[in-house]
Design a protein around this ligand. Sequence first.
Ligand code: TIU
Length: 227
Amino acid sequence: MTPPAPNAPTLSVPAKPGTFRAPLSRTALILIDMQRDFIEPGGFGEALGNDVSQLASAVDAAVQLLQWARGLGLMVVHTRESHAADLSDCPASKRLRGEPVLRIGDVGPMGRVLVRGEPGNAIVAALSPAPGEIVIDKPGKGAFYGTTLHALLGARGITHLLFGGVTTEVCVQSSMREANDRGYECLLVEEATASYFPQFKQATLAMIVAQGGIVGWTCPIAALLGA
Ligand code: TIU
């Protein structure tokens, strides 16, 4: 891939474990699974026994992040954790694990849980994808597994990824690790991600930046918006 011109506009973000530098033309925002199924009562997150109110603050920050990215004309990708109506892409190990109140595919107050096209599977209204933004339906935790994401990013010359989304230690971290293995530089925006377990969020942020940034970088949203 041709490197960007030396004077190409570049983000320079005060971050951990050091400055995150990203050529704007090669940078995309990825919002992971900001769906009603995880964020609102009656979906998959609550069925697993979680307090979904823990995720509310990430929506506000993700709205700011999305508006900023749209203002700069960055490529924007939204992902949805979702399964086909016949559940052919949902392994039994995933559907049958644990003792949720509702399993994947069961009918709940927002339609069939984690099934593509159902009301609960939609991205929350505040973060609705705009025309031209990419929406990736992903059957796994990582955004690259079983999807065309890598090809879509490659076609646009994307090398740097800004992440927000839920939950920090499950689908966000899995997606960042998958992105690492495919050669992307990754920055996670701290306020734009959340976990049902605040201590898991903090642990994930710490493990991303440990060892010189073994998975990538993290920063407060103000650092990115001010960059
Ligand atoms: N349960 C949990 O924390 N997360 C998920 O099941 N999926 C995502 O993180 N999207």
